[in-house]
Design a protein around this ligand. Structure first.
Ligand SMILES: [Fe+2]
Length: 226
């Protein structure tokens, strides 16, 4: 079962593992990304009453889980170093390994489920993984056709990158890249987010000016003086 208690546990644990020094983004990931995604998603839930708020919150806190795992934090012991190191012998793209990783984490979080392959369709985790795959555009299902919960978190995720120091942090974290490449990478990220991940009109309306500001900035547009 997914309830507010399990969500609180997931939030707490993800916050803990993202704050470990071994996680490359530990100085900012919660405050300047996941907390913002959560706030924007909850605002959208007030507009889309049909959305399952618990599922939205679960997606918020789990949508980057694979990145967090892959960036080393969990290997330092939080979830069992040896177990996860063993999993690392398998190629990243083996879906089953991903399922095991998510299952292991969520069962520790207290989810009342057990992964049984032949019951795959009834498993919360498989639903979560499928939703995250749609979110990451790894399936044939387009975001515009996705469930409202996925649209909310995808749009909120992209909008969150337009708040605070997100793009500046990329410069700070990649001091060896050339300025030209940093600027181009930020511009590419901005366009991908805006054109592919923002699928709700409220975000387009509210964040249109933010997007335009960054776009002109990255394109080095020098405006004519009035
Ligand atoms: Fe994200």
């Amino acid at each position: 079962m997914v309830n507010y208690q399990t969500i609180a546990k997931v939030r707490e644990k993800v916050t803990e593992i993202c704050s470990e020094k071994h996680f490359i983004h530990h100085k900012w990931y919660i405050e300047y990304h996941l907390n913002i995604v959560e706030k924007i998603s909850l605002q959208l839930c007030e507009r889309y009453f049909e959305a399952d708020q618990l599922w939205v919150l679960l997606l918020v806190w789990m949508h980057d889980f694979e990145k967090i795992v892959r960036n080393g934090s969990i290997y330092q012991g939080t979830l069992g170093k040896e177990f996860l190191e063993d999993l690392d012998f398998f190629p990243e793209d083996i879906a089953f390994i991903k399922i095991v990783r998510y299952t292991y984490f969520l069962i520790i979080m207290g989810f009342s489920l057990f992964y049984v392959p032949h019951k795959y369709k009834n498993c919360y985790i498989s639903k979560l993984l499928l939703d995250i795959d749609i979110f990451e555009r790894k399936t044939d299902i387009k975001l515009v056709d996705a469930k409202i919960e996925i649209k909310i978190v995808s749009s909120a995720d992209a909008a969150a990158h337009l708040i605070g120091p997100f793009y500046s942090i990329f410069w700070w974290e990649n001091p060896n890249m050339s300025i030209e490449n940093l600027r181009k990478s930020n511009g590419d990220k901005l366009e991908k987010d805006w054109n592919k991940k923002v699928v709700l009109p409220e975000i387009r309306d509210t964040y249109g000016n933010h997007y335009q500001f960054f776009k002109k900035n990255f394109e080095m547009t020098i405006p004519s003086i009035n």
